[in-house]
Ligand binder design. Structure first.
Ligand SMILES: Cc1cc2nc3c(=O)[nH]c(=O)nc-3n(C[C@H](O)[C@H](O)[C@H](O)COP(=O)(O)OP(=O)(O)OC[C@H]3O[C@@H](n4cnc5c(N)ncnc54)[C@H](O)[C@@H]3O)c2cc1C
Length: 470
């Protein structure tokens, strides 16, 4: 590090930070990324990637069992090497983390492995990070600083980890399959782990305070998913709030409350999946006058600039939705705005949200109830996968597509999909929504046959009153 003066210093190498730094380098800025853990952030090391590797193992398990039942293929006794299941997921994370190291080097971004704090509007102090050698310098100077420190797991007050009590982070390395598990929280993370453990034969109980799975999501989609989980053998307790837990035998007795009535559910393990909080504490924000708002999210304007002119922030640390692709897109936008090649502003309504259990859930924009609550006159096109040729052929006919459009112009306002590969299919609608397309245009777009994506075309036709196959 011959010269420690940078155009941009990025704190955090998650999908927000590393992507922003590479874009900055493309725009001729001299950039550094400071990371205290492994490159790639939560997404690559403790989130999206290792969890999807586990879900792929779960799906493989379901396929093997389903093959025996449905396809006339005889499978002998199925044995699980759970240590290998976890090891494969770690291998995927490690491979991609190394990939980020390579990409930073290739793009001439300096990776400084240290714990960073803000020491002033243009100064980042570097301290040794756990398990890493001391940094070569105690501080770096930068014309601009970008905070991309992400988010961390939440626990209930008084709860301690260990003895089978886990957040998603511990669950990702817990290589002994629990015979039974209580999952607190039916958001995306809770449901993905619920599906995973159930597929491997654990007895799974999911407890959720709100009266639907995936709180805030379209109620019809959430109910379809609940039915699917129940059909798979998962116990789903909606409208039940966590109260306390106590050790019982080798496991835990968790007390939950439903409208004043206490119940106890038991599990060998407990997974707490009640959301994540921004990592904005202990960053020295006060040294540069960077303010946070409710919940600890860093306050930004529509240029991603904080209350300090030279400091910007993106990703999980600034606002929901806490999603990797949102963090990356914000990182690119922030850097392009800094470089003057893009106008301020960022459209959160085109950010898709996905859940990767089976059936998958994928959404973008407003759902029917949200659109109506905003006084928008809508039409809704529906298409169940049971009427889709490919879905029936591959025995994946659960779920449906819902397309929400304005009644007046047919402009697509939102889409909700529950079904196999929903998360791959949503991109068509995201592109359409970004280009302000209409249901008439999607309906007239020739889709290959047979594909699951034809269900989107049919839902668009249904919104126009022209459905052919349903
Ligand atoms: C189990 C799980 C599954 C998930 N699955 C998905 C999914 O399928 N799809 C999806 O879109 N999202 C998913 N997410 C959410 C996704 O991981 C986050 O939204 C995303 O990682 C946020 O990116 P970020 O760049 O803002 O922050 P992060 O990825 O959190 O990265 C922040 C980085 O900053 C570093 N850092 C923090 N403070 C400092 C400091 N002071 N000094 C130096 N370094 C610091 C951290 O070590 C970390 O590496 C999942 C999350 C979890 C937990």
């Amino acid at each position: 590090m011959a010269n420690s003066r940078y155009d941009l210093a990025v704190i955090g190498s998650g999908p927000g930070g590393y992507v922003a730094a590479i874009r900055a380098s493309q725009l001729k800025m001299r950039a550094a990324v400071i990371e205290r853990d492994q490159p790639g952030g939560v997404c690559l090391n403790w989130g999206c990637i290792p969890s999807k590797a586990l879900l792929n193992s779960a799906e493989t398990m379901e396929t093997i069992r389903g093959a025996a039942r449905e396809h006339g293929i005889e499978v002998g006794e199925v044995k699980t090497d759970f240590k290998r299941v976890i090891a494969r997921s770690r291998e995927a994370a490690d491979k991609l983390s190394k990939g980020v190291r390579f990409l930073l080097r290739k793009n001439k971004v300096d990776l400084l492995e240290a714990n960073a704090t803000i020491a002033g509007p243009h100064t980042v102090a570097l301290a040794p990070a756990e398990g890493k050698p001391a940094p070569q310098t105690e501080a770096i100077e930068a014309e601009r600083i970008l905070i991309a420190t992400g988010s961390g797991e939440k626990l209930f007050p008084g709860m301690t980890l260990g003895n089978g009590v886990m957040t998603s982070k511990e669950a990702l390395i817990h290589d002994r399959l629990p015979q039974s598990i209580v999952i607190i929280g039916a958001g995306a993370i809770g449901l993905e782990f619920g599906y995973f453990y159930q597929a491997f034969g654990s007895k799974v109980t999911i407890v959720e305070l709100v009266n639907q799975m995936l709180p805030g999501m379209d109620a019809e989609i959430a109910e379809e998913l609940r039915k699917s989980f129940v059909k798979r053998g998962v116990t789903v307790m909606l409208g039940h709030g966590y109260k306390s837990m106590a050790r019982k035998g080798n496991g835990w007795a968790v007390t939950v409350d439903a409208a004043g009535t206490a119940k106890t559910v038991e599990g060998e393990a407990v997974l707490v999946a009640v959301g994540r909080g921004p990592l904005s504490g202990n960053l020295g924000l006060e040294k540069a006058g960077v303010e946070v708002e409710r919940g600890g999210f860093i306050k930004i304007d529509d240029s991603f600039r904080t209350t300090c002119q030279s400091i910007y922030a993106i990703g999980d640390v600034v606002r929901p939705p806490l999603l990797a692709h949102k963090a990356s897109a914000e990182g690119i936008a922030a850097v392009e705005i800094m470089a003057g090649v893009r106008q301020p502003g960022f459209d959160l309504t085109t950010v898709p949200a996905c859940v990767y259990c089976e059936p998958e859930v994928a959404t973008v924009g407003l759902n029917e109830a949200e659109a109506k609550a905003r006084g928008i006159d809508v039409k809704v096109g529906r298409m169940p996968f049971r009427a889709n040729g490919k879905a029936v052929a591959i025995n994946q006919a659960e779920g449906f597509v819902k397309l929400v459009a304005s009644k007046q112009y047919g402009e697509v306002i939102g889409c909700q999909i529950i079904g196999h590969h929903a998360t791959d299919m949503i991109s068509e609608v995201v592109l359409g929504k970004t280009l302000e397309t209409t249901t008439a245009e999607i309906g007239k777009t020739v889709h290959p046959h047979p594909t699951l994506s034809e269900a989107i075309m049919e839902a668009a036709l249904a919104a126009e009153g022209e459905a052919i196959n349903y």
